[in-house]
Each structure stands twice: as structure tokens, then as C-alpha cells.
Design a binder for this molecule. Structure first.
Ligand code: FAD
Length: 447
């Protein structure tokens, strides 16, 4: 029996791989490059549309724990991310092209996976996995309504611009990670564009006055916070101009916060900074961290060149904003992410309400394994709820619909320590991480 996986994104590629590794023949359908989504730029598998960072790699962080678990669970995508990583402090950031190439190579050379470049416009027969992501094509979105009673929710994402490294003026910008020691500073991974107080306020004023791409009435209402319970931005991807509107210093306390940075040119901490993070292995592209935006492209060129150090910046890509789609998993899907209305049809990834690159890889991994197990007549995985993977997927499947929105890995999803001992936040996170790894190893029989 052949398993159809629809969508060659993060969740779909991981799901296809996991099922194939368990002896199942898989047809993996990806509509790009024939038909694009508006945010993707290539026909590559698992293209990262916004940041090139998969989040923290540190064990004391929720995202770091999730990745450690995914390594133990044999994730294809995390192994490709590790193999294509670029320097990013404690985070796992990748060269997008090397990451996608690694996945394409593995998928194409797997004897049980057939990659088919075609848009799927109807709900496929079971067994199948829908992993078409937040930018599911309109035709398939319409078909999904029959399975979901229109319980589809929409929200908005924005992506950040990328500039060419050699167009950054290093007589103004400086290299440093936050909290670097004196001897480490010029070796830091980030390029920092420092602002004086006066430059900051001028920049904010220009940013707020700049022209944005027209939003339709319905979308504009959402942007202003109407119906905010159902419609929202991807967390951490709010447009910088929207953050700026909240208050005079909201940027200086948000994406432009200068904490832990010291400007070697002035000998002082800047009033605010824009950080640039390496975007490819060659190191010639840098993205503006936290600068997702919906300004018109010409306005981005004008306003972002007011950033000290970017006066002559050239842009590889401008920021953009897009509408996203996800379904109400707690009512539409069962615990295994299988549609109540069509047994053997699963949803995975952001379409199923999981948020974040690593979370969507986790969702694809578990759904791919469970689809394979179902085809083989085996019981589904029962990952311990003390693991981040188990807790995240369990939470999304049972979330309260009143304030439902895609959820990412966080320590708050894990059960409290059983021993009742009071711990500092840092110790508590270390405890959760250690417990998760011990429990996962025991579950997997890894001793
Ligand atoms: C603009 C934008 C910015 C984002 N920024 C971030 C970020 O910075 N960090 C983060 O963690 N997450 C971000 N996200 C969320 C991000 O999309 C997910 O974390 C992740 O990509 C979702 O994985 P997925 O596999 O569910 O979907 P995707 O990776 O989007 O994969 C879905 C795939 O399905 C294909 N497809 C769609 N419809 C069809 C069809 N009918 N037939 C065949 N193929 C189809 C698409 O072409 C795509 O390749 C962003 C999303 C968007 C839209």
C-alpha cells in the first residue's frame, strides 16, 4: 500500500522519510516549482521561507531540547540542518540552499520514495498525510473545508529582508554576539548596526510614516487587532512597523534592544541596534534579525538605508507578508492527527497547528511514523509526555479552542517536577531537559 504525502516542506519531507524508512512506499507530492506559494522563492524541498535559524540548540532551552530529542528519534531534517549549519551563537542556523540540497539528495535517493512535482487539488484517498503548510494552495484549502466544517483559521506572517554583506559599512557596524567578553567581540557571529538616541527616533518616525503594501479590508481589520483571538501573526514574526507603533521605545526594548552589546567605535553601549545574522554558508548574505515587514519594497530600500551602516546596503530580498492557514486540530483531528471524517488521512506541520521550524519537523516525524505503523497494523507511538515532542503534539491535539492558535515548543507544556523541590528557572529547565532525555531514551530502549 502506498502512502501519499502532500507537501514537500519541513513536515512532509520528514514524514515521507520516516514512513519510507519503515518499509512503506511513499509518493511525495510538491507543487513547486510548477506552482508557487507567494512566500517560497524556489522549487527546493523544505525551503525555509523566513529566518534561516531553527532556534536554540542549547539544552536549557525548549527549542534546544526539542532538537536533542529529534536527533535521538533519527530526524532526517535535523541531521541535514546539522550538516549545513552556519555560525549563530547558541542557535542552529543553516545555509538554506545546503539544507534543502541535503534533503533533496536523501529523498531522491531513497528507493521507497517517489517525488512527484504536482499540485494536489482534491483530498487524497487514505492512507495519506496532508502537510501543505501555512500556505496551502487555495484549491486544496477549499477541498479541506468539507473535512473541517470550515474550521480553518487564518493569520499573518511577515518575512525579513536580506542584504549583501559587502554592502554593510563596517566602519559603522561592528561584529559581536550579545554578552561577548572583551577578547571575543570582533569574532562574534552577528553584525550590529548601532543607533544613537537621535538616530533611533528619526528612524522610528520614518518607519511609521512609510507606505505599506495595501491590505484588503478584512486583513486590515485583523491587523488592527479586531478578531485577534482567531487571527494573528506568527509569533516572533510581527512586522517591525507594527511593533514600532506600540510605543516610542517598543523597538528599543524589542528587535532593536542593545543589551549585552558594546560598540568598539564609540566605546559605549548603543541606544539601539539592528542585528544582522549570517544567512548562507558563503557568508555573503545577512538577514535583518526581527525586521519582518510589510513596507513597500521602495520604502524598505529608503527607510532601512537610514540604519547606521546600511546607508549603501543592497538587498538580496525584501521583506513580505502573507496569509496563513491552519485547521482547528482539537475538533477536526484525533490524538494521532488523523481526520475524524476520514480514517487513514493525517495532517502534519503548521497546517495541523504546530508552530516553528523544529516543531513542524517533529510533527512530520511522529505523523510519518504513525501513518507507517497504521499501515503495518501496529500501535501508534506513545511518546512520554515529559518529552518536548510528546508534550507539544499532545497539547496541540487537546488545546482549548477559545484561544486556539499554532503552538511552539515551550517548557510550560511539560508536567511539573514530580519531587516538589523548588528550583530557579534555570535549574527547572535543566531538570526538564534531563528528565525528557532520560525518559525518551528509556522509551526508545537506548538505556
Ligand atoms: C512568510 C512566512 C514566514 C515564516 N517564518 C518562520 C520563521 O521565521 N520561523 C519559523 O519557525 N517558522 C516560520 N514560518 C512558519 C513556517 O512556515 C513553518 O515553521 C514551516 O515551514 C512549516 O512547515 P510545514 O511543513 O508545515 O509547511 P511548509 O514548509 O510551508 O511546506 C508545505 C509545502 O507544501 C507545498 N504545497 C502547498 N499546497 C500544496 C498542494 N496543494 N499540493 C502540493 N504541494 C503543496 C508548499 O509548496 C510547501 O513546499 C513562516 C511561515 C511563513 C508563511
Amino acid at each position: 500500500m502506498t502512502l501519499k504525502v502532500i507537501g514537500g516542506g519541513l513536515a512532509g519531507c520528514e514524514a515521507a522519510w520516516q514512513a519510507a524508512e519503515r518499509g512503506i512506499d511513499v509518493e511525495l507530492y510538491e507543487m513547486r516549482p510548477e506552482k508557487s506559494t507567494g512566500a517560497h522563492r524556489t522549487g527546493d524541498l523544505a525551503e525555509l521561507v523566513c529566518s534561516n535559524s531553527l532556534g536554540s540548540n542549547l539544552m536549557g532551552r525548549a527549542a534546544g531540547l526539542l532538537k536533542a530529542e529529534l536527533r535521538l528519534l533519527g530526524s532526517l531534517l535535523i541531521s541535514c540542518a546539522d550538516a549545513s549549519s552556519v555560525p549563530a551563537g547558541g542557535a542552529l542556523a543553516v545555509d538554506r540552499q545546503a539544507f534543502s540540497d541535503c534533503i533533496l539528495h536523501k529523498i531522491e535517493s531513497h528507493p521507497r520514495i517517489q517525488l512527484i512535482r504536482r499540485e494536489i487539488t482534491e483530498i487524497p484517498e487514505s492512507p495519506a498525510i496532508l502537510a501543505t503548510g501555512p500556505l496551502t494552495s487555495p484549491a486544496l484549502s477549499s477541498a479541506l473545508k468539507a473535512l473541517t466544517d470550515e474550521d480553518q483559521l487564518y493569520f499573518y506572517d511577515a518575512i525579513a529582508p536580506i542584504v549583501h554583506r559587502d554592502s554593510v559599512d563596517m566602519a559603522i557596524a561592528f561584529r559581536s554576539n550579545r554578552y561577548d567578553r572583551d577578547d571575543e567581540r570582533d569574532k562574534g557571529d552577528y553584525l550590529n548596526c548601532p543607533f544613537t538616541e537621535e538616530q533611533y527616533y528619526k528612524f522610528r518616525e520614518a518607519l511609521l510614516a512609510a507606505e505599506r503594501i495595501e491590505l484588503r479590508g478584512f486583513e486590515a481589520a485583523i491587523e488592527d487587532g479586531v478578531d485577534a483571538g482567531r487571527e494573528h501573526y506568527f509569533q516572533g514574526c510581527q512586522p517591525v512597523e507594527v511593533i514600532g507603533r506600540r510605543g516610542e521605545k517598543s523597538l528599543a526594548f524589542g528587535p532593536m534592544r542593545p543589551v549585552g552589546l558594546f560598540d568598539p567605535h564609540t566605546g559605549r553601549r548603543p541606544f539601539a541596534v539592528v542585528q544582522l545574522r549570517q544567512d548562507n554558508i558563503a557568508g555573503d548574505l545577512y538577514n535583518l534579525v526581527g525586521f519582518q515587514t510589510n513596507l513597500k519594497f521602495s520604502e524598505q530600500a529608503r527607510v532601512f538605508r537610514m540604519i547606521p551602516g546600511l546607508e549603501n546596503a543592497t538587498f538580496e530580498r525584501y521583506g513580505q507578508m502573507h496569509r496563513n492557514t491552519f485547521i482547528a486540530a482539537p475538533v477536526v483531528l484525533n490524538d494521532q492527527y488523523e481526520f475524524h471524517r476520514q480514517p487513514g488521512l493525517f495532517a502534519a506541520g503548521q497546517l495541523a497547528g504546530v508552530e516553528g521550524y523544529a516543531g513542524n519537523i517533529a510533527s512530520g516525524l511522529v505523523t510519518g511514523i504513525n501513518a507507517a505503523r497504521q499501515i503495518r497494523g501496529e500501535a501508534p507511538l506513545g511518546l512520554p509526555l515529559t518529552t518536548m515532542t510528546g508534550a507539544l503534539l499532545n497539547y496541540v491535539a487537546h488545546a482549548d479552542l477559545r484561544d486556539y492558535q499554532p503552538t511552539k515548543a515551550m517548557f510550560g507544556l511539560l508536567p511539573k517536577p514530580e519531587d516538589g523541590v523548588r528550583r530557579s528557572k534555570r535549574d527547572r529547565y535543566a531538570y526538564y531537559s534531563e528528565r525528557a532525555i532520560v525518559d525518551l531514551k528509556a522509551y526508545l530502549g537506548l538505556g
